[in-house]
Write a protein that binds this ligand. Structure first.
Ligand SMILES: NC(=O)c1ccc[n+]([C@@H]2O[C@H](COP(=O)([O-])OP(=O)(O)OC[C@H]3O[C@@H](n4cnc5c(N)ncnc54)[C@H](O)[C@@H]3O)[C@@H](O)[C@H]2O)c1
Length: 329
């Protein structure tokens, strides 16, 4: 009887054991897979770190841009103009876009005088419909834009409570939404060809908070955030998007007339920058496919170290450096 009684128990124990074994098998396979992935991820991450270190010591050769169609917003003045002139000299076809016809015309004239190829389009980057029409028109008149430089921007400078609603909305429209409309207009053809480069003009004010620039800092952090997210989105896109590059530029104070009242405690250490010098560095970064640059370049690591500090220590350091902008009005 006992034997008979035990038989079903044993058989059920055996089948439970068998079930456990068959359940454990996929779990073991999963653990092995994850372990393999961890090792593979560590190897690949280290490979990329090594590549970055080598790139730091031996920068990649600047790419030839003579076959590229480069579109620059805000090309009628300041850094936009200087960047446009340099691409003109390098043999690229330059599409100058600005809301200001006089400045834009002047930029195109200078490029053409230097035997460069340039076209001008007047467009307000805040107007999404106008931007989509611009993309269509440029494609028909000239061809597909391969380097898009979102440079147009404004910088009202005063304490946050003195900014009018209109001022804040206009600035966000130009500095943030303008970038998005341009990306929506020009990215599709880059994706079709798996060839392109998108550049954003952020600022050191997009990497650290500064008084009198609360909305502007917000807009420049946003410009940087857009670029980070776009790079991730395209990396995860099932299509091959390796041919599309991104560069975010964060300049300190450049003498274009945008920063009217800079306050700099250590003038020798923190010089304001000539727009031509800034443009040289921007064009160089684009040609070498750098993901991010600051102008001057030493602020890049300075800012990274600053961000590691606790907020109290950061404030003490900021007070000591004493750099910033006084209100424009
Ligand atoms: N100058 C600096 O110190 C500095 C520092 C950091 C970042 N930046 C950023 O670099 C970029 C260029 O700065 P800059 O000093 O050369 O500026 P700038 O004022 O010299 O030139 C900006 C150009 O953008 C154009 N523009 C303005 N609104 C526009 C619109 N709605 N549509 C189309 N074009 C428009 C203007 O007409 C002008 O030609 C800006 O985004 C700015 O925020 C400047």
């Amino acid at each position: 009887m006992q034997f008979i009684k035990n038989t079903p128990k044993n058989s059920s124990q055996n089948s439970t054991k068998a079930n456990l074994c068959s359940e454990q098998k996929p779990q073991i396979i999963l653990v092995i897979r994850i372990l393999f992935e961890v090792v593979w991820t560590i190897l690949r991450t280290n490979y990329e770190i090594l590549k970055a270190i080598i790139k730091w010591f031996i920068p990649p050769e600047p790419k030839d841009v003579s076959d590229e169609i480069v579109l620059i917003t805000g090309a009628g003045h300041g850094m936009g103009r200087e960047v446009a002139l340099r691409f003109g000299k390098l043999g690229a076809i330059v599409i100058c876009v600005d809301i200001n016809p006089q400045g834009n015309e002047e930029t195109v004239k200078i490029i053409k005088q230097g035997k460069g190829k340039a076209f001008r389009y007047e467009c307000d980057v805040t107007n999404r419909e106008a931007v989509l029409k611009l993309a269509d028109q440029v494609s028909r008149d000239v061809g597909e834009v391969s380097i898009l430089i979102n440079n147009a921007g404004i910088m009202p400078c005063k304490p946050v409570l003195r900014h009018s609603e209109k001022e804040i909305r206009t600035m966000m429209d130009i500095n943030v939404n303008g970038n998005l409309w341009m990306i929506q207009a020009f990215l599709p053809s880059m994706l079709e060809r798996n060839h392109g480069h998108i550049v954003a003009m952020s600022s050191m004010a997009g990497k650290m908070g500064l008084r009198n620039l609360v909305p502007y800092c917000g807009s420049k952090y946003a410009a940087r955030g857009i670029m980070e997210a776009l790079a991730v989105e395209l990396h995860e896109d099932p299509r091959d998007t390796n041919g599309i590059n991104f560069t975010t530029v964060s300049p300190y104070i450049v003498n274009t007339g945008l920063c009217l009242k800079p306050r700099i405690r250590f003038q020798r250490l923190m010089k304001t920058i000539d727009p031509g010098d800034a443009a040289d560095q921007i064009v160089d970064a684009i040609r070498r496919d750098y993901h991010e640059i600051t102008i001057p370049s030493d602020l890049y690591y300075g800012n990274k170290i600053f961000n590691l500090l606790p907020p109290g220590a950061g404030k003490i350091l900021t007070d000591f450096i004493g750099t910033g902008l006084d209100p424009h009005d």
